[in-house]
Each structure stands twice: as structure tokens, then as C-alpha cells.
Write a protein that binds this ligand. Structure first.
Ligand code: HEM
Ligand code: HEM
Length: 388
């Protein structure tokens, strides 16, 4: 995702990236954090109870340094842009990087952490914004570049993009409380989070509508392409699976689904069916332009179908099983009954998960086929005019 950002920002700004050494330094820092962080987790050195912020602070500081350096590199590139307007992609990308910097600070500075309820509230804020203000705006920003580029036509509406951007900034940042519905956090805080979760439908409709209307009339191009089907699936996934989150936030449904495998299904429908599919679409769309080398068309198709069917099987099994699990707890059946009833669904989860895994092996091979053969190859000249 960051690699695509480092390609898209200079292109849309019609400038070279501000600093290549800075980009290499960020790459090293982020990977170092992941390696040291992984080793620490396995060694039991972690903030156990802090979901998604289990890395101890020195490790997170290395990660944060990588993110901040990348943000600086991007800001300098955008500030020096050769076009008057800041293209909508860069709004989203900068939004993602700047918000994540704030988020990492709030998630780690000791005086924001107090024991008990306030820590839980910060936890919900951090957890949801990690997916909502890091992954989501950045992949959406990337899509605003590569969708019109690959279709060779402008984005349907710049204004819809701006509407989706600002509603995302207002609504998404307020919904962390929905992770702890019925928890002993203030009732009004939960209600605010639920109302804003419903408000997210505006953002989803504006964003998805904009992408789908851009694709309108291009069915044949999409069908013939090996990158656009990933983008189409990712865009539809963005709407459907985020809207599923809105349903999960409602008290009546959260009562059934919370703590069950249904949440795990939602995690993968969004992270995988939306974020990862758009990243794949971007890589298949842009890499051949950079390296002049294409993947196997057949294998790109196999990758697509294995990943799509795999994650459907994985998540449908968990959604059905998760609902039964929730109902079984509500009727106060013995806990072991809810474990037994999950058995066939976990088997299907394994089938779907294996298909997803196989699709990743195929992707790795395709990536290898698209590798640059000459490391000093010149990048093609920026051609962003048609997009803005
Ligand atoms: C309209 C947008 C969305 C809403 C309203 C929403 C709502 C929710 C809710 C209510 C939960 C908690 C379920 C529970 O524990 O009972 C949840 C969990 C989760 N959501 Fe979303 N979601 C949205 C979009 C997304 C997106 C775009 C992503 C990923 C990019 C995502 C990733 C996750 C993950 C990973 C969890 C599990 C968190 C955990 O480990 O407990 N969601 N979401
Ligand atoms: C071969 C592909 C994958 C398989 C088989 C797989 C499988 C799993 C399993 C078994 C869990 C634990 C679920 C549980 O607690 O019962 C899990 C959790 C999770 N995975 Fe994956 N995963 C895959 C890919 C991914 C990818 C690519 C992402 C993100 C981009 C992702 C994000 C998550 C998240 C956020 C959770 C925590 C969910 C929660 O607590 O609600 N997974 N995954």
C-alpha cells in the first residue's frame, strides 16, 4: 500500500518523489518494527490487553518514525506540485498519514492511558481508526488514481469525492465506541458511536457511487482486464462490508453478534474483500506500466477467483456459525453446545482459508513475473492531466 502511495503521489503532483533516501529509510524502519515487533510478540514482550497496539512503545516508535518520514516525504512532494489543485487522491492519502500520526500518539502517550474505562474508550478509538483512518482513506485515495487511469476516463465526480472525504473525517473518527456496546462505558458515548455508524452510509454511498458511476459503460474493458475485476470487487466490497459494520453497531444486532465469529467474518470481509482486493488491483494495474512486464493472464484470473470464492466460503461459514453461536448464548444453552455447533463451520473456514492462501502463492508468482529486469529503468513521464 505504501509502495503504491509512493508511486501515485509523485504522479498526481507531476513531480519526482521529494527524497528517495528518505523512502528507503522508511521502508527499513517499518520492516524493522514488524520484525522486532513479531519477535517480541512471540517472546511474550507485549502490551497484552491492547488489541492491535500490542507492540511495546520502543517498537511502535520505530514504526511511527517510518510513517512520519513517509508523510514528510509525501507532503514535500505535494507542496512542490506542478499542478494548481491537489488531486483528490492526495487528500485521502494525506488524511490517512496525518490522522494515523495523531492516532499513534494518542494510543501510546502515557497521559492518554488511564486504567479502566478510559483506557477501553481509547482502545475503541484506536482500533477503529486504525482500520478507518489508515487503511480505508489510503486505499480509497489510491483508487481515485488508478481507476480513472486504467479506464482512461476522468473520475465521475470530484464533488462526490470531496463529500465522501469530509463525511469520512467527521463520522469515522467518532465511531470507536461501537466496539464496546453494552460495556460499562457511558451509554451516551455508545449511542453517539451508533448514530455516526449509521451516518457512515452517506460516506459509503458517495464513495462507492462515484467509483461505480466512473465504471459505468466500461463493462467490456473491465471484463478484458486482469486488474479491474479486483478493483470492481474491492469497490463493491467497500460498500457492502462496511454497511455490514453499520448493522453490527445497532444494539439489537450487536447483542447477537458481539464476541462471536461473526466479527471475524466482518474483519475479513472488510480488510480482505475491500482493502486487499483494491491493493491487488492497483499492483496488477500499475506494475506492468512500471516494468513493462505482465503477469500470466490465466493465473491472474485463477488468483482472482480463488481469493474471491475463498473469502466468501470463509466468511459465509463464520457469519452463519457466528449467528448460531450468538443465539445459543442468548438462550443460555451450555457453552460447549456453541463450540460443537461451530465444528462444520470451522471446517468450511479452513476450506476457504486454504483457497485464500493458495491464491496468495499464485499472486507471489505473478509478482515475480512482473519484476523489473533492469533496476535503472526510467519511469514513464507523468500523464495525470486526464485525471484531474
Ligand atoms: C461503515 C463502516 C463500518 C462500521 C460502521 C463498522 C462497524 C464495526 C463494528 C460495530 C464492529 C464491532 C463488532 C463487535 O465487536 O461486536 C466492527 C469490528 C471490526 N471492523 Fe468494522 N465497521 C466498518 C468498516 C470497517 C472497515 C472499512 C474495516 C477494515 C478496513 C473494518 C474492520 C473491522 C475489524 C478488523 C473489526 C474487528 C475488531 C476487533 O478485533 O474486535 N470495519 N466494525
Ligand atoms: C489466507 C488468508 C487468511 C486466513 C486463512 C486468515 C485466518 C484468520 C484466522 C483463523 C483468524 C483468527 C480468528 C479467530 O479469532 O477465531 C484471523 C484473524 C484476523 N485476521 Fe485473518 N486470515 C487471512 C488473511 C488476512 C488478511 C490478509 C488480513 C488483513 C489484511 C486479515 C486480518 C485479520 C484480522 C483483523 C483478524 C482479527 C479479527 C478479529 O479479532 O475480529 N487476515 N485470520
Amino acid at each position: 500500500m505504501i509502495a503504491l502511495v509512493l508511486y501515485v503521489v509523485p504522479k498526481t503532483s507531476q513531480r519526482r518523489l521529494y527524497s528517495f533516501p528518505l523512502a528507503w529509510t522508511s521502508l527499513i524502519l517499518i520492516n524493522l518494527a514488524v520484525i522486532i515487533g513479531g519477535l517480541c510478540l512471540m517472546g511474550g514482550i507485549n502490551n497484552g490487553g491492547q488489541e492491535y497496539r500490542e507492540y511495546i512503545w520502543p517498537v511502535m516508535a520505530i514504526f511511527a518514525a517510518g510513517v512520519v518520514l513517509t508523510a514528510y516525504n509525501l507532503i514535500r512532494t505535494i507542496a512542490d506540485r506542478g499542478v494548481e489543485e491537489i488531486y483528490i487522491s492526495n487528500w485521502y492519502i494525506m488524511g490517512g498519514f496525518l490522522w494515523t500520526t495523531v492516532l499513534m500518539t494518542i494510543a501510546y502517550l502515557p497521559f492518554y492511558q488511564q486504567n479502566g474505562i478510559s483506557e477501553t474508550i481509547i482502545q475503541g478509538y484506536y482500533m477503529h481508526n486504525a482500520v478507518g483512518m489508515w487503511f480505508t482513506p489510503i486505499v480509497l485515495g489510491l483508487t481515485y488514481y488508478f481507476l480513472p487511469k486504467l479506464l482512461n476516463k476522468p473520475i465521475y465526480s470530484y464533488s462526490l469525492g470531496v463529500l465522501a472525504f469530509w463525511t469520512q473525517m467527521v463520522f469515522y473518527t467518532m465511531i470507536g465506541g461501537h466496539h464496546f456496546v453494552f460495556a460499562p462505558t457511558p451509554w451516551w458515548l455508545q449511542t453517539v458511536a451508533i448514530i455516526f455508524s449509521v451516518g457512515m452510509i452517506v460516506t459509503l454511498a458517495a464513495g462507492t457511487g462515484n467509483f461505480l458511476l466512473t465504471m459505468k459503460g466500461s463493462g467490456r474493458t473491465i471484463a478484458r482486464s486482469y486488474s479491474l475485476p479486483f478493483i470492481l470487487a474491492g469497490v463493491i466490497g467497500y460498500f457492502l462490508w462496511s454497511a455490514q459494520g453499520t448493522l453490527e453497531a445497532l444494539r439489537s444486532l450487536n447483542q447477537v453478534w458481539h464476541f462471536t465469529n461473526y466479527t471475524v467474518a466482518h474483519s475479513h470481509l472488510t480488510m480482505y474483500g475491500f482493502v486487499v482486493f483494491l491493493i491487488w488491483g492497483g499492483i496488477y494495474g500499475l506494475m506492468p506500466r512500471m516494468t513493462g512486464r505482465e503477469p500470466s493472464h490465466l493465473l491472474a484470473g485463477v488468483h482472482f477467483w480463488f481469493a474471491l470464492l475463498g473469502y466468501f466460503i470463509y466468511t459465509i461459514a463464520l457469519m452463519v456459525g457466528g449467528t448460531l453461536q450468538g443465539v445459543s448464548w442468548i438462550i443460555e444453552a451450555p457453552f460447549i453446545q456453541s463450540v460443537r455447533l461451530m465444528e462444520p463451520f470451522w471446517l468450511w473456514r479452513a476450506v476457504g482459508g486454504t483457497m485464500m492462501f493458495l491464491s496468495h502463492l499464485i499472486f507471489a508468482y505473478n509478482l515475480w513475473r512482473m519484476r523489473p529486469l533492469h533496476s535503472k529503468r526510467e519511469m514513464p513521464a507523468p500523464q495525470v492531466g486526464a485525471l484531474a
